[in-house]
Design a protein around this ligand. Structure first.
Ligand SMILES: Cc1cc2nc3c(=O)[nH]c(=O)nc-3n(C[C@H](O)[C@H](O)[C@H](O)COP(=O)(O)OP(=O)(O)OC[C@H]3O[C@@H](n4cnc5c(N)ncnc54)[C@H](O)[C@@H]3O)c2cc1C
Length: 231
């Protein structure tokens, strides 16, 4: 059974499997000068050297596949990372479920950074906004079901569904490009929702590539590990 981390209210990240290991990175680098492993200490030292000096191609010899359930608007950000390979559930082939993301907290518009959010609303405002969103989603889904029942194609009926609808993907990425992704999406400038996915991906990947992530933490930045529920 693959490990799963719950993200947002009903999303998840699951590590399906991975190819290679920290040692594969070292072995791939050593093929350059046909030298065998020199023991754990030397191997780890080499991996750190590679990371620090951006000899990134040996990290591309390793890859990871994740199963991710995420809202459409987060997925739109994720697909920008072109070096990953992705398959998504088809809204043409299958009927979409009544499954939407409802944020626990509504964030205010940041008054300086036009792309960011900052600060919270009162509890009353917060629950009012959630109520609005729930009303809209339930109305949209009711209309979606009606269109499908009337014989409208699923590929067209889906236009009525909002961006917070959950979708599911298989996402495969090599270790080098995963670091590039994490660098951008763990950053405080990334939208909070995708940051939470990046944190879950980080935690799962770190378990299978411990040296590489030690190097990532050391040479890039430290992240605060949030509490995630493990299933
Ligand atoms: C905080 C934040 C805000 C953003 N805001 C916006 C926005 O307002 N509008 C918007 O459109 N996007 C926005 N983006 C998306 C951003 O522009 C990038 O598309 C996204 O972060 C993917 O980055 P990337 O191209 O490095 O990743 P990848 O596509 O995974 O590329 C990884 C590496 O491969 C290289 N690479 C990939 N494809 C090619 C290629 N065809 N040829 C040569 N080299 C290639 C890249 O240069 C990169 O070094 C935002 C991203 C972040 C993190």
């Amino acid at each position: 059974m693959s490990k799963e981390i719950t993200v947002l209210d009903r999303g998840f990240v699951r590590l399906i499997d991975h190819l290679g290991s920290d040692l594969r990175v070292v072995e791939a680098a050593r093929v350059s000068y046909r030298s065998p492993s020199k023991g754990e200490e030397q191997d780890k030292k080499l991996l750190f050297y590679l990371f620090k000096n951006m000899h990134s191609s040996p990290f591309e010899q390793c890859s990871l596949t994740f199963n991710i359930k995420l809202p459409l608007f987060v997925q739109a950000q994720l697909v920008r990372h072109r070096m990953a390979r992705l398959n998504q559930v088809s809204a043409r082939y299958t009927k979409m479920h009544d499954d939407f993301y409802f944020p626990a907290i509504w964030r205010k518009q940041d008054d300086k950074n036009k792309q960011a959010s900052k600060g919270e609303f009162s509890a009353i405002e917060n629950s009012q906004f959630t109520h609005f969103l729930k009303e809209e989603c339930s109305e949209a889904y009711r209309h979606y079901e009606y269109l499908v029942e009337q014989g409208v194609s699923r590929e067209m009926a889906r236009m009525i569904l909002p961006q917070n609808l959950y979708t599911e993907i298989y996402w495969n990425i090599d270790l080098n490009n995963l670091f590039k992704f994490l660098n951008l999406r763990l950053d405080a400038h990334a939208q909070q929702e995708i940051r939470e996915y990046a944190e879950a991906i980080y935690l799962l990947a770190k378990e299978v590539f411990p040296w590489s992530f030690e190097a990532f933490d050391k040479f890039k930045f430290q992240i605060v590990e949030r509490e995630h529920s493990h299933g």
